[in-house]
Design a protein around this ligand. Structure first.
Ligand SMILES: [Zn+2]
Ligand SMILES: [Zn+2]
Length: 316
């Protein structure tokens, strides 16, 4: 169900005149009242409207308990997202907002970040020293297996503060400015170490390598923003396996695809991407693949049982 469906349902409910509508008995987050099976929370939207006055990035929780039931999910970006998918999109948008903020720095001529050499700090009113600082440093003589560079994170001893509202505002603003800088240091570190993650593969000379399962022609190399310290990362993709389930009516065909992939800009390592039709793909880690295999085996076993039952005679 999409946001627009949810909107029309909500408008429908607004049009009804049920004087003593009881709150939802199923979900505490649900804003619907009275008899209903389509559950929706109130929309949350970004506080900044766009130039047309339209709200930006509205989102809410939706669920259905009637026909076509589905568990709670986040309705956002014209998609129904799981909790994990929502967090992934939020992380992507955080990175995007850093890039947008960097455009402002270009406009007013601020020097780009130098995350490889700069030390970034957060202070608060009344502290004698930074609450938190971070800095990339290189090890002169790393031991085998030890990374050649790290990010040092430290605070000044006894740097504490008692804040009023204005002081809390100032600290929040400081932390918000600090986060994109820490991310830039993270990306710089990943570039220096020649990897975005533990899951990356490099040849011994440091050039990008590939997994044995890679469909190398399909793997894509991306550049980190120069302002984030530059460097590159690879999105690895394997060969896809697809099956089409059919009852003889091509319009009803259900296509299931599965493929291995690994995005070096994430730390999660290779994942199996499993998609049904044009629904959003699931990104499954090792544990998720184990669970899925067990579920599909249970389904296969149930299908075998049903197949056997189809041949049995009806009892008189
Ligand atoms: Zn409800
Ligand atoms: Zn590859």
């Amino acid at each position: 169900m999409s946001i627009s469906d949810a909107t029309s349902t909500r408008q429908l409910n607004l049009g009804q005149t049920e004087p003593a509508a009881a709150p939802c008995g199923t979900y505490t987050w649900c804003a619907e009242t009275g008899q209903h099976t389509t559950h929706a929370s109130a929309y949350t939207e970004a506080p900044t409207p766009d130039g047309f006055g339209d709200c930006v990035l509205p989102a809410n929780i939706i669920a259905e308990t009637g026909a076509g039931a589905f568990a709670p999910c986040v309705g956002w970006l014209d998609l129904d997202l799981t909790a994990e998918q929502t967090r992934a999109r939020v992380a992507e948008l955080h990175r995007h907002l850093d890039t947008v903020a960097a455009l402002a720095d270009i406009v007013d001529g601020q020097a780009p970040l130098e995350p490889g050499t700069e030390c970034y700090s957060v202070t608060a009113f009344g502290t004698n020293g930074a609450l938190i600082s971070s800095e990339v440093y290189r090890l002169d003589d790393p031991q085998p297996g030890e990374p050649a560079a790290r990010i040092a994170v430290f605070g000044q001893p006894e740097a504490d503060a008692d804040l009023d509202v204005a002081g809390a505002d100032q600290l929040v603003a400081g932390l918000e400015q600090f986060l994109p800088r820490l991310r830039a240091q993270r990306n710089h570190l990943a570039a220096v170490l020649g990897s975005g993650s533990g899951g990356s593969v490099r040849a011994t000379d440091g050039t990008p390598g590939h997994y044995s399962w890679c469909n190398v022609a399909g793997c894509r190399t991306y550049q980190y923003d120069e302002r984030d310290g530059g460097g590159s990362y690879v999105e690895h993709v394997g060969h896809e396996t697809a099956i089409t389930l059919s009852d003889g009516h091509p319009a009803d065909d259900i296509r299931i695809t599965a493929g291995l992939g690994a995005d070096e800009s994430y730390t999660s390592g290779p994942k199996v991407y499993l998609a049904v039709g044009d629904l959003d793909a699931l990104g499954l880690g090792a544990h998720g693949v184990d669970t899925t295999i067990a579920q599909l085996e249970a389904l296969t076993s149930a299908l075998r049982t049903m197949r056997g039952q189809m041949d049995s005679e009806a009892r008189p």
